[in-house]
Design a protein around this ligand. Structure first.
Ligand code: FAD
Length: 452
């Protein structure tokens, strides 16, 4: 099924004088279930060449801090070792990925890249395709159903994309065979800027934003992702349909940090879920709905909505109703700093913010409540939009993801419908603390967060 995942990004030929096939790794930071790597090896074997895997390490990556870099570098060290076992050299170059990879590609016969959907990821790929002399081929490996195959437009809601995805889903849920490279690149003379095997030293020496510290809740890397997936499938998938909405006792997979950095493939997760006979079909389908339909709806959103990170991206009905209530009196208005320090009058909200600050994660239900309250407590909906995106991306390990922009936009009516009109919110959906009490043991959650 590689054909639906493949796009040539330029019209250049394969370069006859190239020394290797370059796989530019960016989104899919793993070896297993990586269609882009598999394709690069296949092409290299045909050309009787070796594969080099290149990675551009950008110290001023948009909104990234030590929290994100630590998670990524630890995962890359493991991926580098897994590549070495396959006799493939992993070369980390410092700088913006497009510039770093264009340099490395000077000696390549062909560049293969994975696919990213955010603006800067797309621009990097366009730039590499424009500047290198050889063919650049993109392989889409971080979704189950390739984006254009699922839909050719921005979808209104989960209900409009569900059928489109689900009718194609089984064509794409297959294992990804990884060919053996015929030639080793380990001794090739290609200079790297950092030795990623010593990722702790690399982390120490980088000039990065240190304002957000590392967290320990999630051990990083493909191995940790697989262990967590196994525990989830063995112990928690059974019951997921009912228990996933309980933040005090969550039955969730916590795959989002690993998915964000491409340390695990959604396809591999989907396969493991489908094969889990100990869970009911309802549990399996509930999980696949989140992993495939909701996640790929978010990707559809950022891909087809150019201003996905601005208040302007929300639908007109939502803008109009929020605009009509813009000057409504607010009982509480909190500054960014107060919110960031978890200093509001609402203990459940403060607990959620503490979870985010201290662990880099928050349960989906609390993310919804957390964001809706920021709308209620901000002077204007525009300020609320900017605040939620900024906090989301600063503290979540899985932040800066299509799901981040889509999750925040959902708070403001994207992929949702109009509800009964009320102050401040107008017709966009409202959530209150009483709803939390009905759903789960809030006191237990607050006590847990306080102890963090
Ligand atoms: C305001 C707000 C902000 C959000 N910010 C982010 C973010 O920065 N990064 C992020 O990855 N997700 C974000 N989400 C979506 C969702 O909350 C997380 O993906 C989920 O909580 C991750 O936990 P999990 O892996 O244990 O989920 P599980 O319940 O185990 O689900 C498995 C996978 O399905 C996908 N998924 C689950 N729920 C959703 C959803 N509602 N929308 C889209 N995909 C989903 C995720 O990839 C997740 O890892 C946000 C949601 C909201 C409402």
């Amino acid at each position: 099924m590689i054909s639906g995942r493949l796009q040539h990004l330029n019209d250049n030929p394969v370069c006859p004088c190239g020394k290797f096939v370059l796989y530019w790794m960016q989104q899919a930071q793993r070896v297993e279930f990586n269609h882009a790597l598999a394709y690069a090896i296949e092409r290299a074997n045909e050309l009787n060449q070796c594969v080099v895997v290149g990675f551009g390490l950008m110290e001023d990556y948009p909104e990234a801090s030590e929290r994100h870099f630590a998670f990524m570098l630890e995962g890359l060290a493991e991926t580098s070792a897994a590549l070495a076992e396959k006799r493939i050299k992993f070369v980390v170059k410092k700088g913006a990925p497009d510039a770093a990879m264009s340099g490395l590609a000077r000696h390549a016969s062909l560049v293969v890249c994975d696919r990213g959907y955010l603006r800067h990821q797309r621009e990097w790929r366009e730039e590499v395709a424009r500047t290198v002399a050889c063919q650049v081929t993109q392989i889409e490996t971080d979704v189950v159903v390739p984006i254009e195959i699922a839909s050719n437009k921005a979808e209104y809601a989960a209900r409009t994309i569900r059928k489109k995805i689900n009718t194609r889903r089984d064509e794409y849920i297959h294992t990804c065979a990884m060919p053996r490279p015929k030639k080793s690149s380990l001794l090739l003379d290609v200079k790297e800027d950092v030795d990623i095997r010593d990722w702790r030293l690399v982390l120490e020496q980088l000039s990065i934003n240190r304002s957000v510290e590392r967290v320990t809740r999630f051990p990083a890397g493909p191995r940790a992702a697989h262990q967590r997936l196994k525990t989830f499938v063995d112990k928690h998938l059974k019951g997921y349909a009912d228990a996933r909405n309980d933040p005090a006792n969550p039955e969730c997979s916590e795959m989002s940090p690993y998915l964000h950095f491409g340390q695990i493939s959604p396809l591999e997760i989907a396969l493991a879920c489908q094969q889990a006979r100990q869970a009911s079909e309802a549990d399996r389908e509930a999980y696949l709905e989140e992993l495939i339909v909701r996640r790929e709806l978010a990707i559809n959103f950022v891909y087809y909505t150019p201003n996905y990170d601005s208040y302007e991206c929300i639908p007109d009905w939502a803008k109009n109703t929020l605009g009509a209530h813009r000057n409504d009196a607010r009982a509480n208005v909190y500054t960014f700093k107060k919110l960031e320090k978890a200093q509001t009058h609402d203990p459940a909200w403060n607990a959620a913010m503490l979870e985010m600050l201290k662990t880099g994660y928050m349960h989906n239900y609390m993310r919804m409540y957390w964001g809706k309250k920021i709308i209620e407590w901000s002077a204007t909906p525009q300020i609320a939009f900017e605040t939620t995106i900024a906090l989301n991306n600063k503290y979540f390990i899985d932040g800066r993801d299509p799901n981040s922009y889509c999750g925040v936009a959902w708070l403001f009516g994207v992929h949702d419908r109009a509800w009964q009109e009320r102050p401040v919110f107008g017709k966009i959906r409202y959530m209150n603390a009483a709803g939390l009490q009905r759903k789960f043991d809030v006191a237990r959650y607050i006590a847990w967060a306080d102890a963090l």
